[in-house]
Write a protein of this length. Structure first.
Length: 414
């Protein structure tokens, strides 16, 4: 990572925006206002160039080839692994496993780590604010093994109730799986504290970093977690590539998730010897271009300075929160002290989908629905929410446009 600046210059957002070609588009004859970054982020030109460059000059399969291009591709793919290790401050490249995304990373841990360890009556702890990706894979292995899920409740502000969490930890607990930050409430969870408490009981912790790492530096050794997963496409990289970080001892104790090429040392019909870490978990041809694009995304973040981007975003979130509070009949969900740039809300005048439709006609992209967090919708007693989710390339002018459009919603549905 680049060294933190003693006196960081203020962020030149207009300059950063020019790095993202899609942002200068007009949509529905209005300037695009992209506020759906929680679903996926836009890509800087450097990421697009990395993808095109790979396919233009380097494309070959990795690991197997003796020829020049294959060596180039292998080198680039493995260099990316090293970049990610440094980005996460992991101890070793072998702890970085390429997967398709957060969902696949969690399923890998559920199947290869949790499943063999779960017995009748065992428990896995998740929280009420989890994305379905951090609920369903655990439910599947629990159902198979006669184990059950326990749930850390969320208070009205959208914070985890840690006293309740402490009560849930017991000798039957086999794993804790929590989000670094909520995709609905924006809450940044106290992961280091959650991990420390779990470790007092000898329980490993998986962190769903899908919404953490786009907004916050994630140092796996500082967080103390055993697994950390994230998706490339939510951190300005390509879709179809993601990362599972796992502590070496744990990954070493796990059987492969999928069988196939690249994950073996030797195969015969009598039996197969599996490859070392991390190849053991990377069966088949991986998303080589995706990994290289992800490297470009991480380079972009490092160059811009992740702390500086986060500081700007926090300020923009404050501005947006204040601005939304001026819209009559609008209720914001999630008022935690520590938040990333996510604003979920409902309005008295209109259903979230109608809000989304009116906003779309103004060129404003938000998300409306259950946000893959139906248990959390139940917690707040609503079927759906509208969500504006920010990135560092969003501006105050865009927030003003959002507010104007929400005032229009009130007029249309008055
Ligand atoms: C998006 C998201 C996921 C799932 O990520 P995929 O890229 O769809 O695999 C999981 N958890 C959270 C908190 C998310 O925001």
């Amino acid at each position: 990572m680049s060294a933190p600046l003693a006196h960081p210059a203020p962020l030149d957002v207009e300059r950063l925006r020019r790095d993202f070609p899609i942002l200068s588009q007009r949509v529905r004859n209005k300037p695009l206002v992209y506020l759906d970054n929680g679903a996926t982020t836009q890509k800087p030109q450097s990421v697009i160039d990395a993808l095109v460059g790979y396919y233009t000059t380097e494309n070959a399969n990795i690991h197997r080839g003796v020829h020049y291009l294959s060596q180039q591709a292998t080198f680039a793919y493995e260099r990316t692994r090293g970049r990610i290790r440094r980005f996460l401050n992991a101890a070793d490249n072998s702890e970085i496993v390429f997967v398709r995304g957060t969902t696949e990373g969690i399923n890998l841990v559920a199947q290869s780590f949790a499943r063999p360890r779960l017995h009748e009556g065992d428990e896995i702890i998740v929280s009420q604010m989890e994305h379905h990706s951090n609920i369903v894979p655990w439910q599947m292995v629990c159902a198979e093994r006669g184990a059950r899920l326990r749930v850390i409740p969320v208070d009205d502000a959208g914070e985890l109730i840690l006293e309740e969490y402490e009560k849930l930890l017991n000798p039957r607990t086999k794993l804790v799986a929590v989000a670094h930050a909520s995709n609905v409430l924006g809450t940044i969870n106290p992961v280091a504290r959650i991990t420390a408490l779990a470790h007092q009981h000898g329980v490993p912790v998986l962190v769903d970093g899908a919404q953490g790492i786009p907004h916050l530096p994630a140092d796996v050794r500082e967080l103390g977690c055993d697994f950390y997963v994230f998706s490339g496409h939510k951190i300005f990289g390509p879709t179809g590539i993601g990362v599972l970080y796992g502590r070496r001892e744990l990954l070493e104790s796990m059987p492969p998730y999928q069988g196939g090429g690249s994950m073996i040392v030797k195969v015969s019909f009598e039996g197969t010897t599996y490859a070392e870490l991390p190849n053991r978990f990377e069966a088949g041809t991986p998303h080589i271009a995706g990994a290289i694009g992800l490297e470009a995304a991480i380079d972009y973040l490092n160059e811009a300075g992740q702390e500086r981007l986060a500081a700007y975003e926090t300020e923009l979130l404050g501005y947006a929160t204040q601005a939304l509070s001026q819209v009559k009949g609008l209720r914001v969900f999630g008022t935690a002290r520590d938040k990333v740039g996510v604003l979920s809300f409902a309005m008295e005048s209109a259903h979230p989908h109608d809000i989304g439709t009116v906003l779309d006609s103004e060129g404003i992209a938000i998300r409306a629905g259950h946000h893959c967090a139906q248990p959390l919708m139940q917690r707040y007693g609503v079927p759906a929410m509208a969500r504006a989710s920010l990135a560092f390339y969003n501006t105050r002018e865009e927030i003003d446009a959002l507010v104007d459009a929400l005032l229009k919603v009130n007029e249309v549905f008055a």
